[in-house]
Design a protein around this ligand. Sequence first.
Ligand SMILES: [Zn+2]
Length: 297
Amino acid sequence: MNTMNDIKNSGFLKFQLAQLDLAVITDGVINIESVQPMFAPNIEKDNLTSFFTNKMLQQDKIELAGNILFITNGEKNILIDTGSGVMLSPSTGKLIENLRNLGISPQEITDIVFTHAHPDHIGGVIDKEGILVFQNAQYYISETEYNFWMSEEPDFSKGTKNQFSDFEIQFARDHFKPIETKLNFYADEAELFGFLKLEHAPGHTPGHTIITISSEGEELVHIADTFQHIMLVEHPEWGNQIDSDFELGIKTRKNVLEKLSSTKKLFFGDHLPYPGLGYIQKDEKGYHYVPKAFYTV
Ligand SMILES: [Zn+2]
């Protein structure tokens, strides 16, 4: 008999945005063993404890979803980011298996747009032998982002430089190499394919980009890593040490939260609880995450 742990979900959720077919595909779950110092590094432990208790979340542990957005208009099969790949952790790197569950093979992916070049977003470009996974795809990345990771000494002076940053730098360079000839650069503000609007949202990384997907007046905002956890929705100023510029990360986060709450647009966050689709509401206490309600037959 199957135990609960053996039961696999489909690994994807399909939905529509007017003329576009979309799917959230899970790459798995990123487990972080303690909240601090990575998140809310300067906040009293008691504040964190009461936040996690109120939200019914496990104490002193962070789980981040690995949601990946797939978009097709019938001609182009697009992935926004590629997940962690198979080398980082046994709990991630599920993108290919779940993409196949959706009925799409990696060879059918035509275009991959990176929001930024952290390991959990670019790791999926190669398999464990170092072979390109998406053999027929073109890749797109912010020129600002590429130049940062390729510069002689990427500047972490406004964030936290640690061993993890050294790992990230090497990881980015190792993963740019095999896609070098297929890499296209986009400017800080740009459009792709007639339905993706790219907008510079720096702080998490220098070229971190959010993407508005639109079709016939319907819109979905992919916020990438602007806020990876609901803690940063309710307390954007708590910040996180993964941001290459701590204060700019907070400023951008607040700007995006304000825009999402005032426009009431549907958004997608790649690390929010699966499937990462929802809205931001604002009241006198601040911002709140409202997951989108789904109904199925
Ligand atoms: Zn991420």
